[in-house]
Write a protein that binds this ligand. Sequence first.
Ligand code: R5P
Length: 307
Amino acid sequence: MTPLVLPLNDGDPTRLATNLAGLLDTTAGTLETRRFPDGETYLRVHDSVAARDVVIAGSLDRPDEKLVRLYLLASTLRELGARRVILAAPYLAYMRQDQAFHTGEGVSARHIARWLSGCIDALVTVDPHLHRIHALGEVYRCPSRVVAAAAPIAEWIAANVDAPLLLGPDSESAQWVARVARLARCPFVVLDKQRHGDREVEVSVPQLERWRDRSPVLVDDIVSTARTMIAAAHHLQTAGLRAPVCVAVHPIFADSAYHDLLRAGARRVVSCNSIPHPSNVIDLHPRIADAVRELLAPTASSLRSTS
Ligand code: R5P
C-alpha cells in the first residue's frame, strides 16, 4: 500500500506535506482539527491508514501546542492500524536544553525525546541542535535520519554573494560552517560567543580587518532572538567590514527579532524553509523527501538508526 502523508500543522504553511507527497509520488491526506470549547484538541483522520506507512509532516517550532497534537495524531494512527508512523519535522524542538545548567533544572532535550520516541517509529529532521548531545541516537530511541542543510546553503551563497567570507558565531558552529565554506569554496572565520542570558550575547571577532574586501555572510543553525547575529553584525561594522548577509537554517525569529536584525544593519536575511518565514529562500523539501524515502524502503537496514 502506498504511504500517506499527513500535515501536522494547520494550513501546512510551508506546503511540506503537499510537497513531500508529490516528491514521494504518493498522496497527502486530510486531517480535521479543531478546539473543543474547553481548549482541548480534537482531531480526526479522514483517510484509511490500516496497514499503511504514514508520514506526519510539520515543523515543531513554537512547540508546546504542536507536541500535544503530534502525540494525539501519532497515537490515533497507531490505534487505526497504521504500519509505521514516521515524523518528518524539519525543525526539532527542545534540543537546546541539553544539560542542567542550574540546580533544579531538567534536561528537556532528553524528556521530550523519550516522550516522542514512544509514539513514533522513525524520525527525519534537519540539522538538529547537537552540542552536548552528540547524536540523535543518544536521546531518541527510534531510527532517525538527519538532513544536512550545508549543501543547499552553500549553493545559495555561491549563486548570490560575490567574494563571500563565511562567519560562524561560536565554536559550536565551526565544523558546520567549515563544511558550507568548503562547498561554497570560500574562506571562513569562527567568532567567539559568550551568552549571559536569553537576550544578552557578547561576540568577539578575531582580526577581521584583513577581510575588508570580502562580503561577510553570517551563518547560524537557529536564529531565535537574533541577539547572536546582531552582536556579530555590530562587531563586523566596528571592524570596518561590509553589512553582512545573514543565513539561518531554522528561522524561529521570536517576537521582533527579524526586524531587529534588519535594523541592526543586515544587508539581507535569508533562511531555509524548515520553519515558515518571509525570509525562506532555500528549499530543503527534496532532501527531506530523500531521507523519508530511505526510511520507507522495505529493507531491514533502512530501520537502523544512523545518527
Ligand atoms: C546556539 O547555540 C545556537 O547555535 C544559536 O547561536 C542560538 O540559538 C542563537 O540564538 P539567538 O538568536 O537567540 O541569539
